[in-house]
Design a protein around this ligand. Structure first.
Ligand code: BG6
Ligand code: MG
Length: 218
């Protein structure tokens, strides 16, 4: 049975977390409060709607439904301006090395992201053709840490969940992969992602021999 490989997008393939942060910070400032990089950690892997709920809790801002909807749109319009000119130079180091290794061996590859902007970002950075399946914020109803996004990706890849490997930079994403009984690989701070089965600072630390060992595993 072939192994399936599922990649999160933001913070794994590209460093878009910094643009999400800037867009949320602009909104917070407009509403009259600060939003720090530390607080932004809570936003990783979390849906846009939930991020705005948390932001308003931080700022102790009450919102009508209409205001809430307006701010969701406003944040995204701002975010889209930041990502407008993204290109291949924003792919995180050694991501193509791993994608090429898998592609050359015909291993199915999926994207499993909470973002509704996933597909255009992959197009901008020139990686769209690597992905056999894309499951993103447009296809799921339950956000990470719910495993829905990864279970759907496995299903569409035609691979058993237990034969899937997930690369994630968010605590909620690692939890989602673990709940789906997949092999979770944390990309980022080992202390933050301590629930992951394996941990790496980034893809430069991942050797293709490690990937081959995962492929060979029963
Ligand atoms: C996740 C990010 O990948 O996507 C979150 O880690 C973000 O920070 C979420 O909120 C939703 O993204 P978007 O692009 O649909 O607003
Ligand atoms: Mg992420």
């Amino acid at each position: 049975m072939k192994k399936g490989f599922i990649f999160d997008l933001d913070g794994v393939i590209v460093d878009t977390a910094k643009y999400h942060y800037l867009a949320w910070k602009n909104l917070a400032n407009e509403l009259g409060f600060e939003f720090t990089k530390e607080q932004n950690e809570l936003f990783k892997g979390v849906s846009r709607k939930r991020c705005l709920e948390i932001l308003l809790e931080i700022g102790e801002v009450e919102a009508t439904q209409e205001q809430f909807d307006t701010w969701m749109i406003e944040k995204n319009v701002d975010y889209l301006k930041y990502i407008e000119n993204m290109d291949a130079s924003e792919i995180l180091p050694d991501v193509p090395k791993i994608l090429d290794y898998l592609k050359d061996r015909n291993h199915p590859i999926a994207l499993g992201s909470a973002s509704k902007n996933a597909q255009p970002i992959l197009e901008k950075v020139g990686l769209l053709s690597y992905f056999d399946v894309i499951v993103d914020g447009n296809n799921v109803t339950k956000a990470k840490p719910d495993p829905e996004v990864f279970l759907l990706a496995a299903k569409q890849l035609g691979v058993n969940s237990s034969d899937c490997v997930v690369f994630e930079d968010a605590v909620a994403g690692v939890q989602a992969a673990n709940s789906a009984k997949m092999i979770s690989i944390g990309i980022g701070d080992e202390k933050v992602l301590s629930d992951a089965r394996y941990n790496f600072k980034d893809f430069t630390e991942i050797d293709t021999n490690f990937i081959q060992d995962l492929i060979n595993k029963n």
